[in-house]
Unconditional design. Structure first.
Length: 304
């Protein structure tokens, strides 16, 4: 048997290891011919594409300038703009769901973190106050298709100018309700949004690892209206289902000045405490969205 070295010598002697000149020449000619063919195909494709675009451009130009295409394009563009604008401005409403009227008797109630103070009597501000929370609630309800009206009256400013004392605030908010709601008051749900004066440990909880303000529902002892209690109870129960611990439950109190807290008005009326004086605006905002989400569920249940 041949060794590996002997076998290799046999192969070298038996075969020419370099290609012949004729083979190399013919192969080169074949490759050059194929390259030329591919180049011609690319050029033809390029000219065809350019011709197609020129024809399309000419057709569009003719349509726009001569055949009335310009008017069609303008009309279509305006229709798109109008449609988009309408979707952004006008939320879908379900007329069966009761309307909500949100107002704020103590609209300048603010927070220690916003006023840089620890004195409850100084935790009031004309802009950075509980009205920001009321507005946030109204905005989220509106996005959900709920018929809601938010009143931005600066009741505190009017009382200061007229020399009224704090206990008269509900008389002022009563005027706002009757002026703004007027017709159909008996079919409107009234929400008076406040912040509490209680300590943070009482007005704060944790949801999904984040601190949020708790919600309390204040009902006047001087109003015998089952609809108020029923409505507040429904919101409390739904909060317990979806966000356990956020609700502080129903709190019954004697009113100030107009001792009913205006809860003798409307289809149902509730004073809602969102957090307290020691909560931050971020915590308040989170709870405003929670409250709007749950309130939407409760209102939808009304028509089921």
């Amino acid at each position: 048997m041949l060794t590996d070295k002997e076998l290799l010598e046999e192969v070298r002697e038996s075969f020419d290891m370099e290609p012949k000149v004729d083979f190399t020449k013919s192969t080169k000619q074949l490759l050059e011919k194929r390259a030329q063919t591919m180049k011609k195909r690319k050029q033809s494709l390029r000219f065809l594409t350019m011709g197609w675009w020129m024809a399309l451009t000419a057709t569009i130009t003719l349509w726009v300038t001569v055949l009335g295409g310009k008017d069609f394009l303008i009309s279509s563009f305006n229709t798109i703009l109008t449609t988009n604008s309408t979707k952004q401005i006008t939320p879908v409403k379900d007329e069966q769901i009761p309307s909500i009227f949100i107002y704020q008797t103590h609209n300048r109630e603010s927070f220690f973190t916003e006023e840089n103070t620890n004195e409850i009597d100084k935790a009031y501000h004309p802009e950075r106050n509980i009205s920001l929370i009321g507005q946030r609630i109204a905005k989220h309800l509106e996005k959900s298709g709920i018929s809601v009206k938010y009143d931005d009256s600066d009741i505190a400013d009017k009382m200061i100018k007229e020399g009224a004392h704090f206990g008269e605030a509900y008389e002022y908010s009563e005027r706002v309700i009757k002026k703004e709601v007027n017709d159909g008051l008996s079919s409107v749900i009234l929400l008076d949004i406040h912040r509490d004066s209680a300590k943070k440990e009482k007005t704060t909880t944790v949801v999904n690892g984040e601190k949020v303000a708790r919600i309390g529902f204040v009902l006047s002892k001087d109003v015998d209206k089952s609809a108020n209690n029923k409505f507040a109870k429904k919101i409390h129960e739904r909060l317990e289902e979806k966000f356990p611990g956020v609700s502080r439950g129903i709190i019954t109190k004697e009113g100030e000045g107009r001792s009913t807290y205006n809860q003798d008005l409307g289809k149902a009326s509730v004073l809602v405490l969102i957090g307290g004086v020691e909560n931050t605006l971020i915590e308040e905002y989170k709870t405003a969205e929670i409250f709007a989400d749950v309130l939407k569920d409760v209102l939808n249940d009304v028509v089921k």
